[in-house]
Design a protein around this ligand. Sequence first.
Ligand SMILES: *Cc1c(COP(=O)(O)O)cnc(C)c1O
Length: 457
Amino acid sequence: MEEKKSFLKQKIDLSSPNKNIVPITTAIGNDGKLSVGGCSIEELVKKYDSPLYILDETTLRNSCRAYKQALEKYYPGKSLPIYASKANSSIFMSNLVSSEGLGLDAVSEGELLTALKGGVPNEKIVFHGNNKSDKEIEFAVKNNIQVIVDNDYDLERLEELSNEFDRDIDIMIRFTPGIECHTHEYIRTGSFDSKFGFGIEYLNILFARINETKHLKLKGLHAHIGSQIFELEPHNDLGGIMINVILEAKKFGHNIQQLNVGGGLGIKYTENDTPPSIDEWVKTISRSVMEACKKHNLDLPILMCEPGRSIVSTAGITIYKIGAFKEIPGIRTYLSVDGGMSDNPRPITYQSNYSACLVSNPFNLDSKKKYTIAGKHCESGDVLFKEIELADCKTGDLICVFGTGAYNNSMSSNYNRIPRPAALLVCDGEAELIQKRESPFDLLKYDVLPDRFIKQN
Ligand SMILES: *Cc1c(COP(=O)(O)O)cnc(C)c1O
């Protein structure tokens, strides 16, 4: 029988972690068991319990450096990679990306606060969102955080604030470039029919409108065309389109100096995924901006990009403990784990696929069986894997799911009043807590029983 090569035996690309399924420090110990960052996963679960989120520091830093180095290599002008913090927002993540020289993008007061607490310098933070509150906009302006204007409502309020404070405010505008890319409908944002940004056909009106304000200075242009993108073509087109917009804005007297191309580079969740490397992606976007600038004799703008998933996803794994089995003869065997859609809502939301293995038998050495891995929530759709081949497993065994660093913890919920897992950082054989495990008591903290009900009982 032909042995299918386990994804764990594939050569690891150190310089572009998004091209691997596993964190780059993943190893199989002498005991045949899985380790990450030099830490035995079994030992970590003994100490910290399950489910457990784990982030590998080496993979995180390599991803940040890949963006910085590629920009320095391919783009002769100034540049700044900005971490899209919605992928995984925490004081730790803010601190880590900032220590690597990256900026950070935030879309709410909560993400802004987290960035500031994590030590990201105000001038390296950008503030996004299609429905910012008054309080959020004011907070950003007062803290000198650049606001990315998404719509007329943003513009009106920024104009009012700039008049009130009687000072100039630099703004960036977000527009939809009308680029289609092949990704899930919910995470596609660059086509005309999107809730984000100004339509490209509306920009001339907008440029004139900004000129009517006393204090708003249009300094930057932003577009983000989607997420988990494997093609280079859309970003190649984007550079040219954005330079055309800069030229158009010039006619209205606006001198746009910052060009922010958003994020979107995909990662390898399964063997079927073939994302380009960070290097190739940055090269494509840099070339397209440089060529368009050369053609139109334009100075190079400051180039910014906003990777989220490709910074943090591959660095993250989730460990679950197997509980109940249910065999439906001739149909399938359900294996239930101690987490599910509350710690990873992506499968139920986007039908996302992942790769996984048994911690104690990563290569599936013994007999292989097909399983359906179900979460513990009261929802038939709470299934993490429809069908996966694993070694024979039993109650109490641990399963490691790869590629969960992005949009898992940040999209998690307390559905069924299930507390959020703890999160650890691993590096060089040491594990450190970066998020405490919630307890069911924490979940009671915001419940209020009106007095008259207390008296009644
Ligand atoms: C989501 C988002 C990103 C990050 O996208 P990834 O696919 O995770 O790289 C960047 N910019 C904006 C405006 C976003 O909404």
